[in-house]
Design a protein around this ligand. Structure first.
Ligand code: AGP
Length: 608
């Protein structure tokens, strides 16, 4: 939800904190702030608005010091304002805190502290942490933080500094991401790795409820009981440019263009000698034979990938699958047993609803398999098995390359299950593997259609409402196309199953309404042609997405046609989605929207 950073070293903290925060702004962008310790004083500068506003403010203020913490916010408690921005300072001004997460019992703590004479300046849950640490402090900051954490309920990643400790700061986490970066005579904390990649590649991951004491030359980690923990650092081998825009106007466009390589990176290493080998998956053949049901749980775009997963696993492996939104699954008392497999999908690996839904499934005896992009994230660490989508960092709030790679992983799982169950003969199996490996080139050919898509977007960016329709896998695809458009263009949009439209929604189609129709499924092609005719007859303008082989036929009934290569219907969504992402992107650009940081959203949703 929010992004936090911390630095201690021999360099000026201000430019480093701002530089790191720029990489975290995708996590929250309604306000930002820094606290830098110098000569026994905490210099606190914060402001409402984008990070650029804070940066401008800092350009006119002398803020020196070689240790500091910083924050970029996505408001949960209290509106975006200077006073609600982090860092928050304790009553006597000696302790500063940045926080990502939600403190669920903050009202009770607030009442307790109010009774002790503490006054609150902000509406945030975070301010109570600063005061509570001060209240618990008796000269030992680590102890005070540990005691405070024991009294907090909820999720947190924290950076804490105090006037009494000019050569160290403290970090802690529970259910919110936080990593420690190790440098030479300097150390860092951040909400994610790309934020500090420019400065160090040596990373320590903090476990839940651990506290780190960070000085210039070492990092000590303690568990809840205050016992010192051993932790091996790992070295990140990605390219720094993976987290930079690299000449593109927006991260979103860069990430769409990375889809061919991301898909290749997810698929290729897992096909060895004409067989699928899925990392170190511990699911046995016996478990697969006994698997009665699969639950796929996720949120947003990852959920839409899950809906595709349902269709393909059921089709290929003949195992019943339920794809479900994590926030619904969590609270509906789901029927699960030990012969069920739960697949959770998450780009960030930190989405709270998905994480908690996974715990719920585990608690009820199900095995869990996580399809996750961020290495070492909470979901990845807690699942029984992990299948990483090697998409590289995804910075734009609107998920693009993560979706194609999630689909890639799901295809691998579906094919493996089908193979193990003896449902695919050698010929079919190897044909699918061959086609799967052609996906990067096919996505490339859709990217080459970008000018045509841009032209179409330029004719329709003023639309009030846009419908997406499709049948079968095209319906699943339409859900994602519609979400992409909504989140960055702010145009009202709905996705409907082609056959369902006439049961109500068709009443909304009038002269000029834009309907994006997907016709990539051979078996359902004629049915969809019928649905296109139905909306055309009511005045709709139709943008059709179909395979090359059907282009001329579809051109007779649609206003515009975007073609994708002739791909097996089962694999079509992985290719076709790119055209929808490009369409949403160009519409949003033409509307002048902030494509990478759409209003009201944040990249990683760690609140319920
Ligand atoms: C997609 O464009 C979104 N911004 C959002 O729906 C996202 O997919 C969802 O919040 C799930 O995130 P996750 O994959 O990190 O769990």
């Amino acid at each position: 939800m929010c992004g936090i950073v911390g630095y201690i070293g021999n360099k000026e903290a201000k430019p480093i904190l701002i530089d790191c925060l720029k990489k975290l702004e995708y996590r929250g962008y309604d306000s930002a702030g820094v606290a830098i310790l110098n000569n026994g004083e905490i210099n606190l500068v914060k402001s409402k608005g984008r990070l650029a506003v804070l940066e401008e403010k800092l350009n006119h203020i002398k803020v020196e010091g070689t240790m500091g913490i910083g924050h970029t916010r996505w408001a949960t408690h209290g509106e975006p304002s200077d006073v609600n921005s982090h860092p928050h300072i304790s009553k006597n001004g000696s302790i500063a805190v940045v926080h990502n997460g939600i403190i669920e019992n903050y009202i009770q703590i607030k009442e307790f502290l109010a009774g002790k004479g503490y006054e609150f300046r902000s509406e945030t849950d975070t301010e109570v942490i600063a005061h509570l640490i001060e209240h618990n402090y008796d000269g030992d900051l680590i102890k005070a933080v540990l005691k405070t954490l024991n009294e907090l309920e909820g999720a947190y990643a924290l950076g804490v500094l105090s006037i009494d400790n000019p050569d160290m700061f403290v970090a802690a986490r529970k259910d919110s991401p936080l990593i420690v970066g190790l440098g030479k005579n300097e150390n860092y904390i951040a909400s994610d790795i790309p934020a500090i990649l420019k400065y160090t590649r040596d990373i320590l991951i903090l476990e839940d409820k651990e506290v780190a004491c960070i000085t210039r030359d070492k990092v000590d980690i303690y568990n809840q009981l205050g016992e010192k923990q051993q932790r091996e650092a790992f070295r990140v081998d990605w390219d720094v440019s993976a987290a930079e825009k690299g000449g593109y106007e927006h991260f979103m466009m860069k990430e769409i263009f990375e889809e061919p390589s991301a898909v290749k990176g997810t698929i290729s290493p897992r096909i060895k000698g004409n067989e699928i080998e899925l990392d170190k998956l511990t699911i046995t053949d016996e478990m697969i034979q006994n698997c009665e049901k699969i639950h796929i749980i996720a949120c947003g775009t990852a959920y839409h990938a899950g809906v595709v997963g349902k269709y393909i696993i059921e089709k290929l492996a003949r195992i019943p699958v339920e794809a479900e939104i994590a926030s619904e699954f969590r609270y509906r008392d789901p029927i699960i047993n030990e012969n069920h497999l739960t697949i959770v999908i998450s780009q960030s690996g930190e989405t709270l609803d998905t994480f908690m839904a996974m715990r719920e499934a585990k608690k009820r005896g199900s095995r869990t398999l996580a399809i996750v992009n961020v290495v070492g994230s909470s979901i990845a660490r807690e699942a029984d098995d992990v299948l990483y989508t090697w998409a590289g960092p995804e910075i734009a709030v609107a998920s693009t390359k993560a979706y194609n790679t999630q689909l890639s992983a799901l295809y691998l799982v579906a094919l493996l299950l089908a193979r193990k169950k003896g449902l695919l003969d050698d010929g079919m199996y190897h044909q699918y593997l061959d086609q799967l490996q052609q996906m990067p080139d096919m996505i490339d050919s859709v990217l080459n259609k970008r000018e045509q898509i841009q032209k179409f977007a330029s004719q329709h960016f003023n639309a009030k409402s846009i419908f997406y329709i499709g049948r079968g896998l095209d319906y699943a695809l339409s859900m994602e196309g519609s979400l992409k458009l909504k989140e960055i263009s702010y145009i009202h949009s709905e996705a409907y199953a082609g056959g369902e439209l006439k049961h109500g929604t068709i009443a909304l189609i009038e002269e000029g309404t834009l309907v994006v129709c997907s016709l990539t499924q051979d078996q359902l092609f004629e049915k969809m042609v019928g649905n296109v005719r139905e909306v055309k007859a009511r005045g709709a303008v139709v943008l059709a997405i179909t395979c090359e082989k059907n282009a001329s036929e579809v051109a007779k009934i649609a206003d515009s046609v975007i073609t994708i290569p002739d791909v097996d219907s089962v694999l079509a969504p992985i290719v076709a989605v790119t055209s929808m992402q490009l369409f949403a992107y160009y519409v949003a650009v033409m509307k002048g929207n902030d494509v990478d940081k759409p209003r009201n959203l944040a990249k990683s949703v760690t609140v319920e």
